[in-house]
Design a protein around this ligand. Structure first.
Ligand code: MD3
Ligand code: FE
Length: 216
């Protein structure tokens, strides 16, 4: 009885390989979660979360902001990385040191020892928000992995294949889970199912996702 309680409260990270090139580092960022969220609040004072327009004229349900040398933007002219926040015309906030070191440690734990991110996209999901199946292909070098950090309420991630029509597998992602996507997994289709109503002690009803990239 007491032993069960003890084991279920263990919070040591563990590793779940997803496929060749992709690995889930379960709870890898749990110890840093509250600090990461405080830092996100500070970033959002400089570069507020906004719901961007797709080239097709739709408003994304996910709110986004960026930090680092390059930020990812979408508008009616297309998808691209740019050095400045279109809302202010100012450079994106610097990538906070603790963001960078977490991403570098995670990449290294997954076998990518030379990852130097120059862009971090911060996604905020309210209940009802989702991200349709897409590929991340606006970066210059697909040999560089992407590191993703999930914070707040749980989400169901969809991990598809090389073609949009490939049936995706579902991967639940919780607070503190870090995924590293590289090699043959780098260009696979992926998305996030509609976020369910839930509560997390650190974020209320929201989920945040950081994706660290090498844009250029
Ligand atoms: C698999 N974000 O910002 S992170 C994105 O949870 C994005 O907000 C999702 O997809 C989110 O572009 C998923 C996981 C992820 C990120 C990049 C990938 C999975 C990936 C690139 C290739 C394959
Ligand atoms: Fe993506």
């Amino acid at each position: 009885m007491t032993m069960d309680l003890f084991e279920s409260s263990s919070s040591e990270p563990w590793v779940e390989p997803l496929c060749e090139g992709a690995v889930v580092l379960r709870r890898f960022a749990c110890a840093d979660a509250s600090e990461l969220l405080e830092v996100i609040e500070g970033l959002a004072e400089q570069a507020p979360f906004r719901q961007m327009q797709t080239p097709g004229g739709h408003t994304m349900s996910v709110a986004m902001t960026c930090c680092g040398e390059w930020g990812w933007v979408t508008d009616t002219r297309g998808y691209r990385y740019q050095r400045t926040d279109p809302l202010s015309g100012e450079p994106w906030p610097l990538m906070p040191t603790m963001f960078r070191s977490l991403a570098v440690m995670a990449a290294s734990a997954a076998g990518y020892s030379k990852f130097e991110p120059d862009a971090c996209l911060v996604n905020r999901y309210a209940p009802g928000a989702k991200m349709g199946l897409h590929q991340d292909k606006d970066e210059d070098d697909f040999d560089q992995p992407i590191v993703s950090v999930s914070l707040g309420t749980p989400a169901m991630f969809q991990f598809g294949g090389a073609r949009r029509s490939d049936r995706p597998q579902r991967v639940p992602l919780e607070n503190g889970d870090v995924v590293v996507w590289g090699g043959p997994a780098r260009l696979r289709y992926h998305g996030v199912l509609t976020l369910k109503q839930a509560q997390h002690s650190l974020t209320g009803d929201s989920r945040y996702n950081l994706t660290f990239r090498r844009a250029r």
